[in-house]
Design a protein around this ligand. Structure first.
Ligand code: HEM
Length: 213
């Protein structure tokens, strides 16, 4: 810190734990549900593939400059994060009382849980919320929406510190997968969503992969 005092072993351990959990299980969940959505929606999968092929050409690796060009794939990833948020909820302890517009209040000290999963599927926030549609994230459609309608990385002072890095990981995983494989679902084994701290599937996520390159 500003006085030259370093982290204790306990502090250091806490930081490592936070980054291992915050940075690993979340992206693992995100990538898993993205692969599942690619398999469910072959048309969108093909559109992502064509975008990636157009950006990479004959290359087999993603360069830093490629990431900003993945416009459609980014919209697809956001739609996956909406319906399958890797962190389905967050909690906060109120440091001061809060009064809602309808007059209801919560006292200081209350522990509140905010369901990101429920906000992302709320019909008063999203039209036909259960329909998977990446065009919800086109610039025109985003501009008409409340800034807190889509919260995969939470919001406010304690939002996700790794969100840019996470989006880059998700883009690289999607790009290199659709380039090499065609994904299809296993209808006999649909995933069964279960909210742990991250969004899991109780029975795993079963897909078929066909090598195309
Ligand atoms: C798809 C991937 C990810 C998702 C969905 C995600 C989501 C979130 C959410 C919702 C929070 C807020 C938690 C809360 O309010 O209680 C959070 C916090 C955090 N995330 Fe992520 N995260 C992801 C990836 C990452 C990565 C890759 C890193 C680090 C490399 C990371 C590091 C952190 C840290 C350190 C915090 C705590 C920040 C603080 O409390 O000030 N996350 N993340």
């Amino acid at each position: 810190d500003e006085n030259g005092v370093g982290l204790s072993d306990e502090d250091l351990r806490a930081e490592v734990d936070t980054f291992m959990f915050g940075g690993h299980d979340t992206t693992a969940s995100g990538i898993s549900w993205i692969l599942y959505c690619l398999s469910l929606y072959p048309e969108y999968q093909q559109r992502c593939r064509e975008e990636i092929q157009g950006i990479l050409g004959q290359r087999e690796t993603v360069q830093w400059e490629d990431l900003g060009k993945m416009t459609y794939s980014t919209m697809f990833i956001r739609e996956c994060l909406r319906l399958y948020p890797p962190v389905p909820g967050v909690s906060r302890q109120l440091s001061k009382p809060i009064t809602f517009p309808d007059g209801r209040t919560l006292p200081e000290g209350s522990v509140t849980v905010i369901s990101i999963f429920a906000i992302h599927r709320n019909p008063s926030v999203w039209k036909d919320p259960l329909v998977f549609d990446p065009s919800r994230f086109s610039p025109e459609n985003v501009s008409g929406r409340h800034s807190h309608a889509f919260l995969p990385f939470s919001a406010g002072m304690r939002n996700c510190i790794g969100q840019q890095f996470a989006m880059n990981e998700l883009k690289v995983a999607l790009a290199l997968t659709v380039l090499r494989f065609e994904l299809s679902p296993d209808p006999a084994n649909p995933p069964c969503k279960v909210p742990r701290i991250t969004l899991h599937s109780k029975n795993g996520i079963h897909l078929y992969l066909k090598k195309i390159r």
